[in-house]
Design a protein around this ligand. Structure first.
Ligand code: AHG
Ligand code: MN
Ligand code: MN
Length: 345
């Protein structure tokens, strides 16, 4: 019997499909502070739910799952059917695995206790971000943050387990259901992006070690609300225009964030007359993206404080958000430190 060592093919006839998310997670498992494999499994559970939501999103127009659900969530926002479906999909995936003890979701009034006695992780999730864009076939997303619970597994969930500042996240990520579907995540050792290959049903590493450009040329803000911004944001955006920067705003935070992460820019959702604390939620929108942008070399602040250092006081609390390339975020922060903001009247 002849035995030969494997020689990787040199012909270029069959191109390499690259590294799957599963294999990448396995390779990186030793980077985690608590390398027990549970966080790896949790990330896989999220990836599976993302594939299912991707499928639902793709066929929304055919399957009568577009449009309003007919109810509002705890924040008084009209829920779309896909908001509710995505919430069910992620809840189900996270409850089955056994790694998670509690979930905070945009679509749930209270903390959901999964009653998994062994669950060590708390997940905060925006199951479907950018829901106003669902019915018009524009990019939407999912945002998630993962924390280790503070109290011992098996004991009742406490506020201390759930109300952790963003600097305690052990992992965070987002899924972008866009012109291609991507999953981008960090465990605190850099940021990596994976593109979904639908015919194989797998995410493949496509954007290794993502870095936010130090400076950028894009500002992303809902300019329709200009008269509601304070004087500093008004002046900052005017200065962007004087410098002939590009205005880009999709209205799906995940998509706006992703573009600016790749190209360089700043995303701002400031305080407005209507929403003095801005619109975006700290626990399941701002914190995850702040963790990712910092890991990619950028910054995230509420104008005066680092997002990741904000101590949450309520589940659905909002925060103003300035996030993106370091130089642009620093400029905005300096503008706040130099002047007193005159609120919109
Ligand atoms: P969600 O769909 O999860 O409620 O989030 C919507 C958010 C965010 O995705 C987006 O950036 C922002 O709302 C847009 O708000 P405006 O329409 O006020 O610009
Ligand atoms: Mn959202
Ligand atoms: Mn949402």
């Amino acid at each position: 019997m002849k035995i030969l060592p494997y020689q990787p093919d040199q012909t270029n006839l069959a191109y390499s499909v690259g590294m799957t998310l599963d294999r990448f997670i396995k390779h990186k498992q030793s980077d985690f502070p608590f390398a027990s494999g549970e966080l790896s499994q949790l990330l896989r559970d999220i990836a599976l739910a993302a594939k299912i939501v991707n499928r639902e999103t793709n066929r929304a127009g055919l399957a009568n799952i577009g449009g309003a659900f007919g109810q509002t969530n705890v924040q008084g926002e009209e829920q779309q059917k896909l908001d509710v479906i995505a919430n069910i999909r992620f809840m189900r995936a996270l409850s089955k695995g056994g790694e998670v003890c509690a979930i905070v979701s945009e679509e749930e009034d209270a903390v959901i206790d999964l009653q998994n006695a062994s669950g060590k992780y708390v997940v905060a999730i925006d199951p479907l971000d950018g829901s106003s864009n669902i019915d018009v076939n524009i990019s939407i997303g999912t945002i998630f943050s993962i924390y280790r619970r503070k109290t011992p597994a098996g004991s009742p969930i406490t506020e201390e387990d759930v109300m952790q500042p963003g600097n305690q996240q052990v992992a965070a990520g987002y899924v972008l259901y866009g012109s291609s579907t991507m999953l981008v995540y960090t465990t605190g050792c850099g940021v990596n992006g994976f593109t979904y290959e639908a015919s194989l049903g797998e995410f493949f590493l496509s954007h290794p070690e993502m870095n936010a450009p130090k400076d950028g040329n894009i500002f992303s803000i809902n300019e329709g609300l200009e008269l509601e911004w304070d004087s500093i944001v008004q002046a900052y955006i005017r200065s962007c225009k004087e410098r002939k920067m590009q205005s880009r705003y999709i209205g799906s935070l995940v998509a706006d964030f992703h573009r600016n992460l790749l190209k360089g820019g700043i995303y701002i959702y400031p305080s407005t007359q209507k929403n003095p604390n801005g619109k975006l939620r700290l626990l399941y929108e701002a914190n995850a993206l702040a963790f990712i942008i910092e890991q990619a070399g950028g910054k995230a602040t509420d104008g005066s404080q680092r997002i990741l250092d904000i101590q949450p006081t309520s589940l659905h609390q909002r925060t103003p958000l300035f996030i993106g390339s370091e130089v642009m975020v620093d400029e905005a922060v300096k503008a706040y430190s130099r002047a007193t903001a005159i609120p919109a009247v």
